[in-house]
Design a protein around this ligand. Sequence first.
Ligand code: AMP
Length: 485
Amino acid sequence: MAREALTGTALDELRHKLRAGNLADALLQPGPATVLRSGDRKLTRDELRSEAARIAGGLQRLGVKPGDRVAVYAANSLDWVLAYLGVQRAGACAVMMNPDYHSAEAEHILRDSEPVHVVTDAPRADTVRKLGFKILPVEDLPRTDSPPMPDLTPESPAAILYTSGTTGRPKGALLDHGNLLAQARGAMEVWRWTARDRLVHALPLFHLHGLGMGLHGTLLSGGSAVLVPFTPENVVHELTQGGTMLFGVPSMYQRLCEHLEAHPANLSSVRVFVCGSAPLPPALFERCAKLLGQPPVERYGITEGGIVVTNPYEGPRQPGRVGYPFPGVEVKLGEQDEVLLKGGQVFKGYWRNPEATKEAFTPDGFFRTGDVGEIGDDGTLAIRGRIKELIITGGFNVYPREVELVLEAHPAVHEVAVAGVPSEKWGEEVTAFVVPSGTPPLVERELIAFAQERLASYKCPKRVVTLEKLPRNAMGKVQRSLLVK
Ligand code: AMP
């Protein structure tokens, strides 16, 4: 489905070029300009480069060797960034941890990845200490003179990112330097990211969206970023004070739109709004187009495979579709219309889990995303949901996203998630979990009738459950396992 005609050797050469080098060399370029800001604190490129090198020295003095794991378990901050870049500069492998994880979740990741040290902040230090791991305080890491750059290649391990685990236990996706470089170089190209850009960075840094795109893209492009905790007020403030790009997940855009409806702002100096990590409802796409002054560029990706498909920067952005592959990326559909990926961004396997790794790839080397896709005549991809979320009702297959798209169009629905609830009669019963909009009032019978006018009857919800809000994880993904308890 690639728009580019590259195949064979030309494709291999492009992937090779996108993967070339190592993160520390590529990301830590010298220069006097401010590259990162958070509150009143600013760092220039020169400061970032020298601090990362001094932290690398401190880690090496503690015995950290290339390939050792060092976990980062702390809230977003400039110190987080320095710690992470210090780990990269030391040639170690960074284990990324969601700071919201509680003890049991942290324990799973720490026991699985076996880091030699855990960089953490005060609120999490006790948890780590009780689990018996060595702690380094994120705001006070040991520093020495800059050590020489270790010998690293695109194949050297760079980071372990745990899958979001909305179903099952999180698995560690081991990404190498080449994966992360291809990711950031691809993002720069597709969104025309340059040194003139300032990203408003309000995403968690531990996830590929905030790390591989947000942080790495900023450092590679020569531009800058401002880190803010996500609130619509913070984001609008930064976007009207020189921010040119925003990356977000749909639930962030939803809150941004609610805010802009009450407090309109002129965001015409923003170059691009990128949205992904969960489906962007078409109604929200239109609402953004109106309130932000341009529709977001919806993109698609997955931790193991990279963020690799996007609507065009120039040219029509289609609601409900995620667009075309990044440069050097191949996308095709396999059995059950599963989205399959190949490219320099795609990982080589799960950390210490050869069985899961084997299952994750097709015999011809494509990564199996577990998402159901559809490729249109124009070559654009649409995501229909996860294979595992498939509902089997009375022997028929129903993809929740197809039903959600219909229900989202009803004015009484603010948000909806569809899931299969176990039922003696149907095996699973299609159930709609709805956050009502308030006006008009939600009437179960009417909503079901609305679906029946638009969908085959087996796909229509048998029941509508009203909720105040949908359970979502840190990246705004609905946690279906919490709906169907
Ligand atoms: P993660 O590994 O946490 O980034 O989650 C990846 C999953 O998020 C994918 O497999 C998709 O199911 C979902 N996802 C990411 N982007 C989109 C999108 N634009 N539309 C629909 N689903 C998405």
